[in-house]
Design a protein around this ligand. Structure first.
Ligand SMILES: Nc1ncnc2c1ncn2[C@@H]1O[C@H](COP(=O)(O)OP(=O)(O)OP(=O)(O)O)[C@@H](O)[C@H]1O
Ligand SMILES: O=P(O)(O)OC[C@H]1O[C@H](OP(=O)(O)OP(=O)(O)O)[C@H](O)[C@@H]1O
Ligand SMILES: O=C(O)c1cccnc1
Ligand SMILES: [Mg+2]
Length: 549
């Protein structure tokens, strides 16, 4: 019996995923990066060539000044420590980097608006003076970067590759951090629960959180623009304001509701909900719960049901969850049921979420039996209120009846670790390997252009990642090359849905001890023997003091 009930709830959850709540509906499927062979600019219009640290421009100038600006450079973009005390990171942000690189140029406007002057000549002089850079160099940046799409290899010249560092890092660091955060929440909650991203009101970050939370395993967002822009399903309930806005039944002037299957019409749905509340109050099993339900709350729920009879959800904690919210919700849900509709569920936004979800579920089941309304109990219980990974874990341990979690603050602000430390390091120039020495071994760079591979065991579990030199023979590739400026190679980028599937598959293939939240086993990343010997050789070569004999 328990199993069947759970399955019934699962079915209903699926229908919530498909149909949405009061504000449901998916988007138009996301914007494509490439149109007719032309790669679109970054999604965020604030991303321009000037969105960088000044020292990049200073270095690019210095390379040019000494005639080194056309040296071919290879940089590694890497992080040294996984976030949130874990042993994995979801890499995200590549598409934005490709959009940026493919369209990289200093526009007239970039240069003009840098100095707020009226004539361009004067602007440039003032701008350059403030940066200690001569006019001729900015002319060069301006012209050469403008040709980035037409001069093969331009981006790999050190002066341009250097200019990309900060912008690449800003586009990868937060994206990867928030995708990893989402993946961690997904992992704790399990794959059957629905996760709703509610973070728009709390986010410091521009427009990227929603995309990467979805990629990391969330099912939907409350942000309507994310639905339009990326095709992420949009879901929502209503807020406390809607409940507080009603004071009495008199405020409801339009009271009729058609029967779900057509035909007869209920002329006074308000009266119908009131009469169901009275019937509940008189029932021997439910009488014990009744003390003083709040009528203005019932007026609010009734109004919401009149607006959304096929997708009625109610926030039940404005006054008192047990004494009012759940009972009022059930009265409206029973009235809807009488007219052939099926209510969607409730949202809990305060108090002990484990206790209230179990109690709510118990009352709902009692009602199903008491009034002989089979299927009435197939309701979705959504919980929100400052939820994070630890809360999800605690709730799992305590037991609960929650089907969907709305998570905002802790998800999008990455509350438990606000930044990921991705860096961008030179590893090769003009075909020569470069190494950055450090007393801190984790900060030593691995020289040369490399390839990375993920090695799987027989059971399909990831064993380790392997780095080898570019010219060493391939095992099976972990990452694909999607875009190069010089060869014009353009593999179509996966869609957000494909990326999300890939992300979840990769996480599922990890050994559980790498994934656990506390004291996880480090996941190994190795280099080939040849690359190791080479690092060692360079390390000694670049050492200021030779080995003791
Ligand atoms: N069973 C539970 N186990 C662990 N944490 C829980 C449980 N239920 C709720 N929480 C968390 O405990 C915190 C309770 O929040 P808080 O102390 O602000 O109380 P509140 O119920 O929100 O109060 P208010 O009625 O003022 O909104 C939230 O972060 C919530 O996610
Ligand atoms: O708690 P989060 O994980 O950030 O999820 C988003 C929160 O936003 C809403 O609250 P609202 O802004 O209305 O404020 P309140 O519930 O704290 O009063 C909603 O009720 C959630 O509690
Ligand atoms: O739709 C909701 O319930 C919602 C949306 C944003 C923030 N909190 C709740
Ligand atoms: Mg809240």
């Amino acid at each position: 019996m328990e199993v069947r009930e759970t399955e019934a709830k699962r079915d209903d959850l699926e229908s919530l995923k498909e149909n949405g709540g009061g504000g449901g509906g998916g988007g138009r499927g996301g914007e494509s990066c490439e149109h007719g062979g032309v790669i679109a600019p970054p999604t965020n219009p604030m991303v321009s060539a000037l969105l960088t640290d000044m020292y990049q421009i200073s270095m690019a100038y210095a390379y040019w000044k000494v005639g080194k600006h056309q040296d071919r450079a290879v940089f590694d973009l890497l992080y040294r420590k996984n976030p949130f005390g874990g042993e994995y990171t979801g890499f995200a942000g590549l598409e934005e980097c490709i959009r940026f690189a493919a369209n990289f140029k200093f526009t007239d406007d970039d240069i003009d608006s840098s100095c707020f002057m009226h004539t361009r000549r004067l602007q440039r002089l003032i701008y350059l003076e403030s940066l200690h850079i001569p006019v001729s160099f900015v002319e060069l940046l301006f012209v050469a970067s403008g040709l980035a799409n037409s001069i093969p290899g331009n981006l790999s010249y050190i002066r341009v590759a250097q200019l990309l560092e900060t912008t690449f890092l800003t586009m990868v660091n937060y994206a990867s951090l928030v995708a990893s955060n989402a993946a961690r929440h997904r992992r704790v909650v399990g794959k059957d629960k629905m996760l709703l991203e509610f973070g728009l009101r709390r986010a410091q970050a521009g427009i990227s959180a929603w995309k990467y939370c979805y990629l990391g395993g969330f099912d939907a967002t409350s942000n309507v623009d994310a639905g339009r822009r990326f095709g992420i399903p949009v879901r929502g309930t209503h807020s406390h304001a809607f409940v507080s806005a009603f004071m009495s039944f008199d405020e409801i002037t339009e009271r009729s509701l058609a029967h779900a299957k057509g035909g007869s019409k209920c002329e006074d749905f308000v009266h119908l909900t009131q009469s169901w509340l009275s019937r509940m109050q008189e029932s021997p099993t439910l009488r014990k719960f009744f003390h003083k339900t709040n009528y203005s709350e019932l007026a609010a729920f009734t109004s919401y049901a009149l607006a959304f009879p096929t997708a009625f959800q109610a926030l039940v904690d404005t006054y008192d969850v047990m004494k009012s919210g759940i009972l009022n919700f059930c009265a409206v849900a029973l009235a809807l049921h009488e007219l052939g509709y099926k209510a969607l569920g409730i949202r809990l936004d305060s108090g002990d979420l484990s206790y209230f979800s179990c109690e709510a579920w118990r009352i709902i089941r009692d009602i199903e039996k008491e009034f002989n309304v089979p299927g009435f109990g197939k309701l979705v219980i959504t919980a929100s209120n400052n939820i994070n990974e630890e809360t999800l874990d605690a709730l799992n341990k305590q037991g609960h009846e929650i089907d969907a979690f709305g998570i905002g603050t802790h998800l999008v602000t990455c509350f438990s670790q606000p930044a990921l430390g991705c860096v961008y390091k030179l590893v090769e120039i003009s075909g020569q390997p470069r190494i950055k020495r450090s007393e801190d071994l984790s900060k030593v760079t691995i020289p040369c252009k490399k390839q990375a591979f993920r090695l799987y065991g027989r059971e399909g579990v990831a064993l380790m990642d392997l780095l080898i030199g570019e010219s060493e023979p391939d095992p099976k590739a972990l990452y694909k090359c999607y875009w190069t400026n010089d060869s014009g190679r353009r593999t179509p980028l996966p869609t957000l849905m494909e990326l999300r599937k890939h992300c979840l598959q990769q996480l599922a293939a990890m050994r559980t001890d790498h994934m656990r939240a506390l004291n996880s086993t480090p996941y190994k990343v190795s280099v080939s023997g040849k690359l190791y010997d080479f690092i060692h050789f360079l390390w000694l070569n670049e050492a200021p003091v030779g080995e003791l004999q």
